[in-house]
Write a protein that binds this ligand. Structure first.
Ligand SMILES: [Mg+2]
Ligand SMILES: [Zn+2]
Length: 188
């Protein structure tokens, strides 16, 4: 039987939003994340992070730094995350090797498609929690339902229609991952 996934954006959902997290010291896990992930596991979700990290293309940090950041992230999440997918590319900025349009950079759904293959996921029963329109768009492109965390990227739900190309809104806006899980407990 295929599994369902809870896709998670990283910055602004699991850890405090910051323009670029360049080392583990800058990673601050948000309150309630560990319990929320545990609840999601209990609901039968695979927990899969999908994160744009163009700071690598821009030379702000490298893959070794990212590995250290994600080691700290996993510790803060009690090692509940099944997988962490990252797009290190940027279409117009940074070093030659990583500067190109990429099918995995959200709003493109490449990371979700790859996870679907590697984890044998049923996308139709999967959800994504993100905090930016491009997170929501990536999920909707492959039939994954969505919840949007209100925060720096999306300060108010009424702003949704002002976002360029924002597309279909999420099923609900929530304050944080804790509220997202409260919603999912009712919905699934
Ligand atoms: Mg984010
Ligand atoms: Zn990429």
């Amino acid at each position: 039987m295929k599994s369902k996934a809870l896709f998670l954006d990283r910055d602004g959902v699991l850890n405090r939003e910051s323009s670029f997290i360049k080392n583990p010291e800058e990673l601050e896990i948000l309150p309630g994340v560990e319990e929320s992930l545990s609840d999601a596991r209990d609901l039968g979700f695979r927990l899969i992070v999908v994160s744009n990290q163009s700071g690598i293309a821009r030379g702000l940090f490298d893959f070794d730094d990212l590995a250290e950041i994600h080691a700290k992230l996993q510790i803060g999440c009690q090692h509940l995350l099944d997988a962490i997918y990252v797009c290190p590319h940027h279409p117009t900025e940074g070093c030659d090797a990583l500067r190109h349009p990429c099918p995995c950079r959200k709003p493109e759904p490449g990371m979700l498609i790859r996870a679907q293959r590697e984890w044998d996921l049923d996308l139709g029963s999967s959800w994504l929690v993100g905090d930016a329109p491009r997170d929501i768009q990536a999920a909707h492109q492959v039939g994954v339902r969505t919840l949007c965390v209100l925060g720096e990227k999306m300060p108010h739900e009424n702003r949704w229609d002002d976002e360029p190309g924002s597309g279909e809104p999420p099923e609900a806006f929530v304050a944080d991952l804790v509220e997202a899980l409260a919603f999912l407990k009712q919905a699934v």
